[in-house]
Design a protein around this ligand. Structure first.
Ligand code: AMP
Ligand code: MG
Length: 421
């Protein structure tokens, strides 16, 4: 075989020496991504899933006072008997939120509830199940540890600690932490604005009768769903027919309003294609062939500060290229540092057919085998127009460029969809 026959291997149309790898395409895209810089202050509840724009330090100790971790009795450690037992006098009761004003002396103790502030003089809590109570006395035996069942002030968060750093995407626990520090508001980056439209004369909107040769536009709905999960600001511009002036007007409006414009359709070779033409006219755009399946053609570029993604029109290709290229760019723009898809290594239940030459994103289902181990299996038919394969799937099985078919029982790289983990 001579050098230039690599794209004409017998029975194989997969190799294209000019194609970019997925990693190359992704790093070219991520080079162009800048986080949005505008900051807004929000009530903490509204900051869920939003990205923190400045470091947060705690101005208080959490908890702010030494308190009991149990319902029981607060004592002095020096009153724990070394052998036999000891009887202590109960001189007060501490409820959570109602501290004692008197100190506890040697030979004394206080009844205390979980969260109650440890009275002066005490440092140890004996669980109520471990004492014998008679009237206003308790008897304790040996074997308790000094300092047990007590939560120290600042043991969760200490005053002055940097609790969260810029770039943190807030989880429900984080919002609780902000509340535990007493913060009513927090500063986050504004949401990126993402405009999108579908192109194609064959496309019909839901709610309209389907004309001869038409199909319903599904890409705008999958895109909308994926964007909603990312919690960005969405500008849905509808279906734009394959007409030069309408496509140009749509791009002009979209690039003026949004940080990212995503289109589907009209980037493959040899069609009445005003998407590519208009993008080319607008500015620095590259039309890439990517060594991946599905989703080979992709247009990517920049107009002023706006990033443009021309995704392929096939419904599966549009979703795959969104997850691999658009989502990392959006996460980067949101101000998140770790933008690349996360992976698991799982055994495949069935044989996965593949030819070398392109990285494949096959659709898979992760499930738990009877052994308790997580495994993956293919959804079956893998055509790029078969949207039901995406709907049935909960992950991509990523098969490397150079690999050929994979046997049942082999370990494969699995990229769970957002929402699964
Ligand atoms: P294109 O990338 O425009 O050549 O389209 C490739 C295939 O995807 C064609 O079969 C189109 O009909 C189909 N397609 C394009 N856009 C959409 C869409 N918005 N919804 C569903 N299918 C589409
Ligand atoms: Mg088209």
């Amino acid at each position: 075989m001579t050098d230039n026959t690599s794209n004409k291997m017998p029975g194989c149309d997969e190799f294209d020496p000019n194609a970019l790898t997925v990693e190359q395409a992704r790093s070219r895209i991520l080079e162009k991504v800048n986080p949005v810089c505008e900051i807004e202050s929000l009530p903490i509840r509204e900051a869920l899933n939003r990205v923190l724009a400045m470091n947060v330090e705690s101005t208080i100790d959490v908890p702010s006072h030494i308190n009991s971790a149990m319902d029981g009795y607060a004592i002095r450690a020096s009153d724990i008997p070394t052998d036999a037992s000891r009887t202590l006098q109960i001189t007060g009761t501490v409820m959570a939120g109602t501290p004692l004003t008197i100190a506890i002396a040697e030979g004394e103790c206080a009844r205390i509830m979980t969260g109650g502030k440890m009275p002066e003089g005490t440092d140890t809590v004996i669980m109520q199940e471990h004492v014998e109570r008679v009237d206003d006395t308790i008897t304790i035996t040996a074997g308790h540890n000094p300092g047990q069942n007590v939560r120290q002030a600042g043991e969760d968060l200490a005053r002055g600690d940097t609790v969260f750093r810029t770039g943190r995407q807030f989880t429900p626990a984080d919002i609780g932490m902000l509340a535990s520090m007493g913060n009513a508001t927090t500063s986050v980056f504004r949401k990126p604005k993402v405009a999108f439209f579908s192109t194609g004369d064959e496309l019909c909107s839901v709610g309209q009768p389907l004309g001869d040769g038409q199909i319903y536009d599904s890409n705008r709905y999958t895109l909308d769903g994926m964007l909603r999960r990312l919690d960005v600001e969405i500008i849905d511009m509808g279906i734009i027919p394959d007409q030069r002036d309408l496509i140009e007007a749509a791009f002009a409006k979209a690039t003026a309003e949004a940080d990212i414009v995503v289109t589907t359709g009209g980037v493959s070779v040899g069609e009445a294609d005003f998407v590519k033409e208009t993008m080319d006219k607008l500015g620095q755009i590259g039309f890439w062939k990517i060594a991946m399946k599905p989703g080979r053609p992709l247009a990517f570029g920049q107009v002023n500060n706006c990033l443009l993604f021309g995704l392929p029109g096939n419904p599966v290709s549009a979703m795959v290229t969104f997850y691999q290229f658009v989502q990392p760019a959006i996460l980067g723009m949101m101000g998140i540092a770790e933008v690349l898809p996360k992976f698991l290594q799982l055994k495949t239940k069935n044989k996965l057919r593949k030819r070398p030459g392109r990285l494949e994103f096959q659709r898979g289902v992760i499930s738990t085998a009877t052994t308790g181990e997580m495994v993956v299996e293919s959804t079956g038919a893998q055509g790029s127009g078969i949207l039901s394969s995406m709907s049935e799937a909960n992950c991509f099985i990523e098969l490397p460029l150079e690999c050929s078919s994979v046997e049942a029982g082999d370990t494969v790289k699995v990229q769970p969809f957002a929402g699964l983990i």
